[in-house]
Design a protein around this ligand. Structure first.
Ligand code: SAH
Ligand code: DHB
Ligand code: MG
Length: 221
């Protein structure tokens, strides 16, 4: 069982479940050309997010961590034309590339890329009294994951779903003495999640072309 096999199987999954898609392929190519880190969700993961958001009939979606807008495009395609995706990004270069990718995908009308540290933009969003979000995807730095999740719950309604990427970190998450800031951030989030009576949650381990990791899913009750 190896990365080589996981990548081959992801190629196979792509051939079965993911149709050729000019906008998504252009978004990935733009991310590569700009030398952004290769950490977008995989096609299969992006489609899973899309299918979840569609199955829950989400019309208002929040994303924390845009990068090149690859996952944003999958999510924005899940909402009706009058729906809305707000995606938060701290890096101005990433936000610019994402806006261009989202424009190319014909989704500018439903997506707002908000530039700024999510620790600032989340409370600002809460102060705006917009409709609550039906679905949230958290995929930014792990150090402040606990704070992002808390804001996501506050910005939700009972029945909203929150998905958190990268909560397993090659299994590093079980190491209580780890000094990896990502592992520490995930563990602090998990301690909070365990006590959080606003949600019921689970975590699933995954392997993919991006290695061994996993995601959490929480339902706001
Ligand atoms: N969701 C994207 C990948 C996001 S990568 C996809 O799957 O296509 C993580 C992104 O989070 C990076 O672009 C990084 O700049 C951004 N980020 C990191 N810290 C942040 C913060 N404090 N606030 C907002 N965005 C942040
Ligand atoms: C990393 C970040 C991600 O969002 C991801 O999906 C994979 C890896 C990282 O920072 O290493
Ligand atoms: Mg991720």
């Amino acid at each position: 069982m190896s990365q080589e096999l996981w990548t081959k199987v992801d190629d196979y999954i792509n051939s079965v479940a993911i149709a050729p898609d000019a906008a998504l392929e252009a978004a990935s190519a733009a991310a590569v050309a700009a030398q952004l880190p290769p950490i977008s969700v995989t096609p299969a993961q992006g489609k899973l997010l899309h299918l979840m958001a569609r199955a829950y009939r989400a019309t208002h979606i929040l994303e924390v961590g845009t990068l090149a807008g690859y996952s944003t495009i999958w999510l924005a395609r899940a909402v009706p034309p009058e729906g809305r995706v707000v995606t938060l990004e701290a890096n101005a270069t990433h936000a610019d590339i994402a806006r261009a990718n989202i424009e190319r995908a014909g989704l500018t009308g439903r997506v707002e890329v908000r530039l700024g540290n999510a620790l600032d933009t989340l409370p600002r969003l809460a102060a705006e009294q917009q409709p609550p979000f039906d679905f949230t995807f958290i995929d930014a730095d792990r150090t402040n994951l606990a704070e992002y999740f808390d804001w996501a719950v506050r910005l939700s309604h009972p029945g909203s779903v929150i998905v958190v990427d990268n909560v397993i970190r090659k299994g590093g998450v079980i190491d209580a003495s780890s000094d990896d800031p990502n592992v520490k951030g995930v563990r602090r989030f998990n301690d909070q999640l365990k006590r959080d009576t606003r949600v019921t949650a689970t975590m699933v381990q995954t392997v993919s072309a991006k290695g061994y990791d996993g995601f959490a899913m929480a339902l706001v009750v």
